[in-house]
Design a binder for this molecule. Structure first.
Ligand code: SF4
Length: 313
């Protein structure tokens, strides 16, 4: 979501250094973005204040002599460290009483900028009308290395399923639908690989069980880096609205993106090769983690046949 901002900054200031303060887990992702010079690990858990830790981090940033900070989260806590570090220009959207902490405050026009990616990209000035699409790097050598390390066949072009969605069940296409799709895709011996984190392992196992072994569960077996390289060499990806969906879009692979309680208008996959499937029910998007109506029609009624047709378009 924030890479297009980095692309704009890099285009405007080709010789600048861009350091990204981000959680440790995202380092492999940032390593695949050519705009990023370095990553500074954000040690704070979501919601954690930790005054001593924030002061220590601000001293570290102060010694690096940064000229400009872009603060993307809306919380005042996130604006505190750049302020304490004395970074001269601190840009971000107004909100959560950040009057002193930010000295380049912007007013967000949610109607003009419905997509999160455009909101971030608009922080770079001068703004342009078009937001560049994110792009992650993955070389053939990296793809080969990932498959070799995981003991996967090298000459296969699999269809990759990403059935996880950290946010909650209202963003997860039903397991039995993934399984039915695996059987259809695997009917001509196409390999189906399921990719996700350790938290998706059970879901992956259930898909394999219901699909009578027509898929291989790799959830929890790959690093994020390896997941990127497996997706980069896939013939197609079918994914819930999740982080890996955005990875697949940024790798510019053919992608079918499945939306339930969330909105493709807010966080769409940013790739011309992505097909968005969303039933657009009256109750949608509700942005809930679990279906408040208890039926999950937005995903239950999205049939495997329809997803298969979208893959073949
Ligand atoms: S309320 Fe509607 S959009 Fe929300 S989860 Fe239920 S079916 Fe989906």
């Amino acid at each position: 979501m924030m890479q297009p901002l980095l692309m704009r900054l890099r285009a405007q200031h080709p010789d600048c250094e861009i350091h990204v303060l981000a959680p440790a887990w995202s380092t492999p992702l940032l390593a695949r973005m050519p705009e990023v010079t370095a990553v500074i690990e954000n040690p704070f858990a979501h919601g954690e204040f930790n005054w001593a830790g924030r002061k220590a981090l601000s001293r570290r940033l102060a010694s690096a002599d940064f000229s400009h900070a872009y603060v993307l989260p809306n919380s005042w806590k996130s604006a505190l460290v750049p302020y304490l570090a004395g970074i001269p220009r601190r840009t971000g959207y107004s909100g959560e009483t950040r009057y002193v902490l930010l000295n380049d405050r912007r007013t967000l026009d949610k109607t003009a900028l419905p997509r999160l990616v455009d909101r971030y990209a608009a922080l770079a000035e001068p703004a342009t009308n078009t937001t560049p699409e994110p792009r992650l790097h993955s070389t053939p050598e990296q793809q080969l290395a990932a498959r070799t390390a995981l003991g996967l066949p090298l000459a296969v072009a699999p269809v990759v399923f990403c059935p996880g969605a950290e946010y909650g069940p209202a963003k997860r296409w039903p397991v039995r639908h993934f399984a039915a799709l695996a059987r259809k895709v695997g009917a001509d011996r196409t390999a189906v690989w399921i990719v996700g984190s350790a938290k998706d392992q059970e879901v992956g196992d259930e898909i394999v069980r219901l699909a009578d072994g027509a898929a291989l569960n790799l959830c929890g077996r790959t690093s994020l880096e390896q997941a990127i390289d497996l997706i980069a060499s896939a013939r197609a990806i079918v994914s819930n609205d999740s982080g890996l969906m955005h990875v697949a879009a940024a790798l510019d692979r053919p992608l079918v993106a499945l939306y339930g309680s969330s909105s493709p208008g807010y966080t769409p996959p940013l790739s011309a090769r992505a097909t968005i499937l969303s039933l657009g029910l009256e109750c949608s998007p509700c942005f809930k983690r679990e279906c408040p109506l208890g039926h999950l029609r937005c995903l239950e009624d999205l049939t495997p046949e329809r997803v298969l047709a979208a893959m073949q378009d």
